[in-house]
Ligand binder design. Structure first.
Ligand code: GDP
Ligand code: PGA
Ligand code: MN
Ligand code: MN
Length: 612
């Protein structure tokens, strides 16, 4: 049995509520040892992980890991929000009673960490001193050292965050137990995994995965689901799956901030790391605040809408990351960054790594190369030769300090004022490059009806076209109608309203499937147009579904695009949109208490489409 008291004493954990919580779970999970983690322990833990073979060397200060082959993405089906109030049941949150889920998870976790170390990770999901810090403190308990190393990169970790809390009992209790990954029936009717957020008790219980999206509880469960619930329950803020960037105009000296939601693996990290296109780089600079989560609130003193990134790192998709698409990402995972790669291809002889899209062709000499499952590429049978070397959802984990375009003020407690909120996703037709929306209710309505293709970041839904409200479908914590009302209330309280927009980098040619818009760095161009529109410098063209740029308003200097492709992405296919309105109506009808403002927005857009 672990000597919990001694471990806590040695680490200087005095908070009695934390001590009690750690002791309870150490006993229940049967962990052999307890170890309290601080970010300063990283080098030692890396060495231990290398010695244990949990990490493999991938160059100077770069590390490689594999997750179990049936454990490579978030599981939406097994993810549950539990509370004590049935009124919290929504369409997407898989609500269950807390009284049912807690005993179930305790049963799964009982004795399940026997022989292992239980790591205690005190963390803060906010810049220190943030007005939202009271909701940002948590303690993850995990029996996986790799999870610890990821948490140190993804969040601010240290015992100090637990001392001097205004309310010493106000921290999220986040318990992660890996379980016996080879016997959990992943994806079968007898699936034993459960990823539960007991939102009204601020307790997270995740069992049965060591993949980041299920196991980094500060990020995914606290930063999104718990934060969404807390923001609503406290009536103070929104917790959203948003990237957050700054755009600096060197000519006018102005700074703008844009945040926005795209479903997982749909371009948030790439947008946040964006290097301005060469032709525009003399005038504009894009800085990184966040790439996956933003918490938004209105400051009572100045009445402005603020946003901040609660995270401290990047958990990015590797696929298609290269010098041309995202040089910033490559620099963020370079030698000496301490990056951890997961599920890409690896060469144990040379310590090289590779993923699809890293170079146009995989390494010509396959000697020594292993695919993401650890199988030699050279031994592949004839029919397997085309299988990807890396898992499509393979990732890199690196801290914000490694990101070359990190904003200078990213650590400021107050966050940044928000000028624009955008929504987007992988939508192969209908959605133009950008359409701007100036009315709050229509903007919220637009987010709620975000329709896009699901991606490999979630198990078993890749490619399915579905609605993903505000890109929050997998993170929705309470009823969608209440969510819409809360959103309208929070953002509506700002004295200057942000402009909204819907963007789409992924429209395709119906015949040959090519992307009509080159994407990546070029995505700055429609965003600049949006800011010009907000400033009254361009007028755009009014359509039923928003304002879209005219061809000459969009700055295309130094960029190639076929004229017919440009025309398609800057036009509205009215019959196709009219058809879409029927689907949206069905979608919205699922949510019993959707605010009347949202229905009015829907009817306004539908009526405008009839006269278009
Ligand atoms: P996130 O999961 O939302 O942060 O998305 P990422 O930025 O990691 O991108 C996910 C995948 O989409 C990666 O394989 C990117 O290379 C790809 N991607 C990102 N932005 C674009 C774009 O503008 N155009 C195209 N075609 N692909 C993109
Ligand atoms: P992503 O982050 O949105 O950058 O893919 C991880 C996730 O949402 O699973
Ligand atoms: Mn995400
Ligand atoms: Mn991302």
């Amino acid at each position: 049995m672990a000597d919990v008291e001694k471990a806590l004493d040695d680490a200087g954990v005095t908070n009695p509520h934390v001590r009690e919580y750690v002791a309870y779970w150490a006993d229940l999970t049967g962990a052999e040892r307890v170890e309290v983690v601080d970010a300063a322990d990283d080098a030692r833990l890396i060495k231990e992980a290398l010695d244990a073979g949990e990490l493999l060397p991938a160059g100077e200060g770069r590390y490689y890991s594999r997750s179990y082959h049936k454990d490579t993405a978030r599981s939406e089906e097994r993810t549950i929000v539990a509370t004590n109030d049935p009124k919290d049941k929504g369409v997407y949150n898989n609500w269950r009673p807390a009284s049912e889920m807690k005993p179930l998870l305790e049963e799964r976790m009982r004795g399940a960490s026997a022989g292992k170390t239980m790591y205690v990770i005190p963390y803060l999901m906010a810049p220190p001193g943030s007005p939202l810090a009271p909701w940002a403190t948590g303690v993850e308990l995990t029996d996986s050292r790799t999870v610890v190393l990821h948490m140190i990169r993804m969040s601010r970790v240290g015992v100090d965050y637990l001392e001097n809390l205004d309310d010493p009992n106000m921290f999220v209790r986040a318990v992660h137990v890996t379980g016996d990954l080879e016997h959990l029936g992943q994806g079968t009717p007898d699936d034993k995994r459960y990823f539960v957020t007991v939102a009204d008790e601020r307790t997270i219980l995740h069992f049965g995965s060591s993949y980041g999206g299920n196991a980094l509880l500060g990020k995914i469960a606290h930063g999104l689901r718990q934060a969404a619930y807390d923001g609503w329950a406290s009536n103070k803020f929104l917790g959203e799956q948003y990237m957050l960037i700054g755009i600096h105009d060197k000519e006018t000296g102005k700074d703008y901030h844009i945040c926005g939601g795209f479903p997982s693996a749909s371009g948030k990290t790439n947008l946040a790391m964006m290097l301005a296109p060469d032709a525009l780089g003399d005038r504009y600079h894009v800085s990184f605040y966040g790439d996956d989560i933003a918490w938004l609130w209105v400051d009572e003193k100045d009445g402005k809408l603020y946003g901040m990134n609660p995270e401290y790192g990047v958990f990015g998709v590797a696929k298609d990351t290269n010098e041309k698409t995202n040089p910033t990402a490559l620099a963020s995972v370079d030698e000496g960054t301490g990056v951890i790669f997961t599920n890409i291809a690896y060469n144990p002889d040379t310590h090289e790594v590779w993923w699809e899209g890293r170079t146009p062709e995989p390494p010509a000499d396959v000697t020594g190369w292993l695919d993401w499952k650890g199988n030699p590429i050279a031994d592949r049978a004839e029919g397997e030769k085309d299988a990807p070397w890396a898992h499509p959802n393979s990732r890199f984990t690196t801290t914000l300090d490694n990101v070359p375009n990190i904003a200078k003020d990213y650590n400021e407690p107050q966050g940044v004022p928000i000028d624009a909120i955008i929504f987007g996703g992988r939508t192969r037709d209908r959605e133009p490059l950008i359409r701007a929306i100036t009315d709050l209710a229509e903007g919220v309505y637009d987010g709620l009806t975000l329709g896009a293709e699901a991606t490999f970041a979630a198990e078993g839904v890749d490619g399915q076209l579905r609605y993903d409200p505000m890109s929050n479908r997998p993170f929705m914590a309470y009823g969608e109608g209440d969510y819409a009302a809360h959103y309208l209330k929070i953002v509506g309280a700002a004295k200057e309203q942000p402009i909204f927009a819907h963007v789409n980098w992924f429209q395709r040619d119906p015949e040959d499937g090519h992307f009509l818009w080159p994407g990546y760095r070029e995505n700055l161009r429609p965003l600049l147009w949006l800011l010009q529109l907000k400033n009254g410098e361009v007028k755009g063209r009014e359509t039923a579904v928003g304002i879209i740029p005219t061809e000459d308003e969009l700055n295309l200097e130094g960029m190639d695009i076929a004229p017919e492709d440009l025309q398609t992405i800057l036009s509205i296919n009215v019959p196709r949109w009219q058809q879409e309105m029927g689907h949206r109506e069905e979608h919205l009808k699922q949510f019993p208490n959707m605010p009347e403002e949202i229905w009015e927005a829907h009817r306004r857009v539908a009526a405008a489409l009839e006269t278009e």
